[in-house]
Write a protein that binds this ligand. Structure first.
Ligand SMILES: Nc1nc2c(ncn2[C@@H]2O[C@H](COP(=O)(O)OP(=O)(O)O)[C@@H](O)[C@H]2O)c(=O)[nH]1
Ligand SMILES: [Mg+2]
Length: 402
């Protein structure tokens, strides 16, 4: 392919020639298997990803107040030993538009306060949160136009030029500390008092590249906040990602796994997007925080372990019972698609009460390993290269090339 590319480079640029050159270059950028991690805030998605890839503290997790606000993709860095974060922004035009509607919401909200209209009040607080995250108090005295001036984006000039911002770090810990200002809403969290500007309202997606990671060679994990997004381009991206997922993980706390409506709603809306003809072959229901049992530390290790195992079993049974009720969704997928896991990301790292095999993180790792192994980069390359060669062969028979 290298030789052919060299020959093509020495020829005049015809349509066919340009097409072939692009095709050959694209052979190198392979498609990944996407695993979408869904669930409401606080369900334990971020901790789950950290545990599965065995990078404690890579993705900042924590209090609900400082929840993850943007989409985060985690994949392998296959080029060097560095932890890398690539930040993608929405366009400046989009932000200006959104700001206009935020200001209108705030005006409406002032009236809602008088009329006690709760929906409008929520929108009002959301708008204030967003503007304050980015501009602190400044937005109150300035116009939209002034708030678009370059001096407001000194730390992120890339945003104004519609470019990505690439950040490089030596360790997972350094990356985690720096990316909070792009990914989380920490305005109300004392832990982040030092951070003055939060950029999440402008961020579309952050891709984190982890070095030396076998599980992620051909797999990308996507941490998706909540259920869609009000920002149009982020929502489009969200839906696009759902449609491309090879596997969907619906994450929910074990204590409410079967009863909580929200995770079942997520499962329903996600499966309607997956629909027919999608790539998705695996829908996994993951019950998190299996260590979270009241007064667990008062028990002996053996008793604690027995309690956890019994509850895991009960949780699985009730989730499977609920799953079986979803006849409409089940019509589109085979029975093998659905699996239930019980995990504790905390136990996976601390190993206080459980032997590692009792939290099913290793089982999820096995699943990812399998997804990796089934994804054949070589096969994709070879069939792509064959296609290019037969095109060239056909064209040369017609004297169009070489
Ligand atoms: N006890 C226990 N707490 C957990 C576990 N996983 C996450 N948490 C806690 O649950 C909260 C939310 O976790 P996070 O991963 O940020 O959830 P996300 O909002 O879904 O990404 C944090 O306070 C975590 O410390 C677990 O396995 N056991
Ligand atoms: Mg999170």
């Amino acid at each position: 392919m290298g030789k052919i590319l060299a020959i093509l480079n020495n020829q005049n640029d015809t349509n066919l020639n340009t097409f072939l050159k692009t095709k050959i270059r694209n052979l190198e950028t392979e498609k990944k298997e996407l695993v979408g991690v869904f669930g409401k805030t606080g369900a334990g998605k971020t901790s789950l990803i950290n545990a599965v890839i065995e990078e404690k503290g890579l993705l900042p997790s924590g209090s609900i107040e400082a929840c993850t606000s943007v989409m985060i993709k985690v994949e392998a860095n296959r080029h060097n030993e560095i932890y890398e974060a690539v930040v993608e922004f929405i366009s400046p035009e989009e932000w200006e538009d959104e700001m206009g509607s935020l200001f209108r919401t705030i005006e409406k909200g002032d009236q809602a306060m008088d009329n006690n209209d709760n929906d409008d009040k929520d929108d009002y607080h959301e708008a204030v949160d967003k503007l304050s995250a980015l501009y602190d108090e400044e937005w109150k005295e300035r116009s939209c136009e002034q708030l678009m001036e370059p001096k407001c984006f000194k730390a992120i000039p890339e945003f104004l030029h519609s470019k990505q911002k690439t950040l490089a770090f030596k360790s997972a810990k350094d990356l985690s500390a720096d990316i909070v200002k792009y990914t989380r809403n920490g305005t109300k969290d004392d832990k982040y008092k030092a951070v003055k500007r939060w950029y999440w309202p402008l961020v579309k997606c952050v891709t984190i590249k982890v070095p030396n990671n076998n599980l992620l060679q051909h797999v990308t994990l996507v941490d998706l906040p909540g259920n869609g997004d009000r920002n149009k381009s982020r929502d489009t991206m969200w839906k696009g990602i759902v449609g491309d997922c090879s596997a969907v993980w619906v994450v929910t706390e074990i204590n409410r796994a079967a009863s909580e409506r929200e995770s079942w709603e997520i499962l329903k809306s996600v499966s309607s997007l997956l629909g027919n003809g999608g790539e998705c072959q695996h829908i996994h229901f993951i019950c998190t925080k299996s260590d979270d049992i009241e007064d667990i530390d008062d028990h002996s290790k053996a008793d604690a372990q027995a309690l956890i195992i019994t509850r895991n079993k009960e949780a699985k049974e009730s989730v499977i019972k609920e799953l079986n009720k979803l006849t409409k969704i089940k019509k589109h997928f085979s029975d093998e698609c659905f699996k239930v896991f019980t995990v504790s990301s905390r136990e996976f790292f601390t190993k206080r009460h459980l032997s590692p095999e009792n939290t099913e993180i290793p089982r999820l790792q096995g699943f990812l390993q399998n997804l990796n192994d089934c994804h054949s980069e070589t096969l994709n390359y070879v069939s792509g290269a064959c296609g290019i060669l037969s095109l060239i062969h056909g064209a040369s028979l017609r004297n169009e090339i070489l």
